[in-house]
Ligand binder design. Structure first.
Ligand SMILES: [Ca+2]
Length: 98
């Protein structure tokens, strides 16, 4: 195993996803609805366009505790990626041309 801390692009993407969650989690280690909706608008607008933040929150909060845990957040991102090939292709094209 390498001792280098150089990250691959995929590791960077996963680390960024975790850092987004960490920046908005409360003292209980979870994201409340207000911060979750802010993250949706700021970080995932391509996937959430035209959708209701409250509905997304209800579908993401799998244990129905009123908060989003990292596991629930990661599942949301993975679900968006796996179920929206059209959006992903547009994002990849934009990424490659940047
Ligand atoms: Ca929850």
């Amino acid at each position: 195993m390498s001792c280098s801390m150089e990250l691959t692009n995929l590791e960077t993407a996963v680390a960024y996803m975790f850092s987004v969650f960490m920046s908005k989690q409360g003292d209980n280690g979870k994201m409340d609805k207000w911060d979750f909706k802010e993250v949706l608008n700021k970080e995932l607008p391509s996937f959430t366009k035209g959708k209701c933040g409250d509905e997304i929150f209800r579908s993401v909060d799998l244990d129905e505790d009123g908060y989003v845990e990292f596991r629930e957040f990661a599942l949301l991102v993975a679900t968006y990626a796996s179920e929206h090939a059209d959006i992903l292709q547009a994002l990849v094209a934009a990424y490659k041309s940047a």
